[in-house]
Write a protein that binds this ligand. Structure first.
Ligand SMILES: Cc1cc2nc3c(=O)[nH]c(=O)nc-3n(C[C@H](O)[C@H](O)[C@H](O)COP(=O)(O)OP(=O)(O)OC[C@H]3O[C@@H](n4cnc5c(N)ncnc54)[C@H](O)[C@@H]3O)c2cc1C
Length: 284
């Protein structure tokens, strides 16, 4: 299928992008890798008159690690995340999760900015960003602001980003301790039936910090505070893991679709969260 006609813009600065968004309003949309946007344009599910390509904005690309803070430009591709050894040292869960996204062809082009800004509950990076307690950096006509990833997602495809803003970067603290991103999918390249990210720090035999988040188990990514409360202060033994898994599954709210009925998804969520906690515990 062929998309409708549109005007193509390729600004070379964030200000240029914001100015075009201000000029064309609802008729304009930014494009990053295009792996989510182009299909909906081809299916004529959206009518866009002005496409603003972010590829010419160099400041949106790259990974920097400064004083324990990791900052990733919105136009950094999933392949670049996987290939970065410094990022792997700072936050190994990123490579583990990124390698489970789609296939290499998609990952060469798909960007972290497009993945987190889209608000698609099936995307893996929003859940990953909950796990990392990331901060999103947004630029708009009134300047720059930040929003916690855990407060960004309002409903499927609805986020705290205003129409005239773009996401410029994500940042988070480098991680230590154990980590895991586990994903169940129907076949290679598919979106998750259920996925979970876990971070776990052990101080001797006691869990001193934890993070648990879910992908594609609600209309937004889910940060599982109750599961974290169960884990922190415990020895993360089998009984504690069972309790944390239950808390995480209780926090999920999946809908029935081609990936299965609700009960099945909740069952898979339990298996995936359990695996992720075990894996993070063994690496902590
Ligand atoms: C076959 C296939 C399988 C896939 N499987 C998975 C999977 O398993 N897991 C997964 O996580 N993803 C998956 N994806 C999605 C893919 O990984 C991309 O991350 C995703 O398409 C979005 O990134 P993009 O750069 O292509 O964004 P685009 O398609 O260019 O943009 C997506 C949306 O975000 C907006 N946007 C883009 N960048 C910005 C920005 N900087 N600021 C504000 N708004 C912005 C656009 O306007 C658009 O509305 C799959 C895609 C395909 C085609």
């Amino acid at each position: 299928m062929v998309p409708g006609a549109f005007n193509y813009h390729r600004p070379d600065s964030v200000d240029g992008v914001v100015s075009l968004l201000g000029e064309w309003g609802d008729d304009a949309r930014v494009i990053a890798g295009g792996h989510s946007l182009i299909p909906v344009m081809k299916q004529r599910l959206t009518d866009i008159s002005h496409l603003i390509d972010l590829a010419g904005v160099d400041v949106l690309k790259g990974i920097s690690i400064d004083g324990g803070t990791v900052t990733i430009g919105a136009m950094t591709t999933q392949h670049e995340l996987i290939a970065s050894d410094t990022l792997h040292v700072a936050a190994p869960i990123i490579r583990e999760a990124s390698l489970q996204i789609a296939d290499p062809q998609v990952r060469y082009v798909g960007t972290i900015g497009g993945n987190v800004a889209n608000g698609d509950p099936a995307n893996d990076m929003p859940g990953l960003m909950q796990t990392l307690d990331a901060t999103y950096h947004l630029a708009g006509p009134n300047g720059v602001r930040t929003v916690a990833a855990r407060e960004f997602y309002e409903a499927a495809y609805f986020t705290a980003r205003e129409d005239d803003e773009i996401l410029t970067a994500v940042s988070f603290s480098a991680t230590s301790g154990g980590y895991a991103y586990e994903k169940q999918k129907r076949k290679i390249g598919d979106y998750a039936t259920a996925a979970a990210g876990v971070l776990l720090t052990m101080d001797g035999n006691v869990c001193s910090s934890a993070s648990v988040a879910l992908t594609n188990l609600s209309d937004t990514p889910v940060y599982c505070e109750a599961a974290v409360d169960v884990l922190v202060g415990s020895s993360v033994d089998d009984a504690v893991i069972a309790e944390a898994v239950k808390a995480a599954v209780d926090a999920s709210d999946p809908v029935a679709d081609t990936r299965g009925p609700v009960d099945f998804k909740k069952y898979v969520a339990g298996v995936i969260v359990k695996r992720a906690i075990h894996s993070a515990r063994s690496r902590a």
